[in-house]
Design a protein around this ligand. Structure first.
Ligand code: IMP
Ligand code: MG
Length: 174
């Protein structure tokens, strides 16, 4: 049977907020180029919508990672499934994520990517669930929405690989 999904953020609200964040990034990086790293698969819809709205030169790369861990908790050790195609040396990097939950994935990933000598590295996330944060050192420069501790789907986020294609953010009702 189909799951019941309650809308948390409409497509219009999400797109309007992405436009605002894109304006902010365009302003912050004025006169410079930004290298966006999309974290697959969840970050892909957000990355496209964000990139289209940036008014500065953009290059893109993609990375796919998975967390080793028992059950639903990520251990913080990240396995790289697909690495970047390009080196980061001297680039102004912005990592684009769908959601930051415990922060374990990003804490580990930031450490790995910093070793590749980017000129700068910042984090941009569509959603943040700060109540769930375990890794407090994860500094997020750009956040579209801070949400309560609920499991959300849509706009790239999945529940058992489903619902990534929903154009809005919703909560799966049990
Ligand atoms: P973290 O290492 O706990 O921060 O894990 C973040 C990852 O967990 C995200 O990139 C998502 O893939 C997944 N995740 C966390 N919360 C949700 C949610 O509410 N919906 C869908 N995926 C989630
Ligand atoms: Mg993800």
């Amino acid at each position: 049977m189909a799951d019941k999904i309650r809308v948390l953020l409409t497509e219009e609200e999400v797109n309007a907020r992405i436009s605002e964040v894109a304006k902010q990034i365009s302003k912050d990086y004025e006169g410079r180029e930004v290298h966006l790293i999309c974290i697959l698969k969840g970050g892909v819809f957000f990355t496209c919508e964000l990139a289209k709205r940036l008014e500065i030169p953009v290059s893109l790369d993609f990375m796919s990672v998975s967390s080793y861990g028992a059950g639903t908790t990520s251990s913080g050790v990240v396995k790289i499934i697909k690495d970047l195609d390009e080196p980061l040396e001297g680039k102004e990097v912005v990592i684009v994520e769908d959601i930051i939950d415990s922060g374990r994935t990003l804490a580990y990933l930031m450490e790995i990517l910093k070793q590749r000598n980017p000129k700068s590295i910042e984090l941009c996330t569509l959603l943040d669930k700060p109540e769930r944060r375990v890794k407090k050192q994860v500094q997020v420069k750009y956040t579209c929405f801070t949400i309560p501790d609920e499991f959300v789907v849509g706009y790239g986020l999945d529940y058992d690989q489903k619902y990534r294609n929903l154009p809005y953010i919703g909560v799966v009702e049990q």
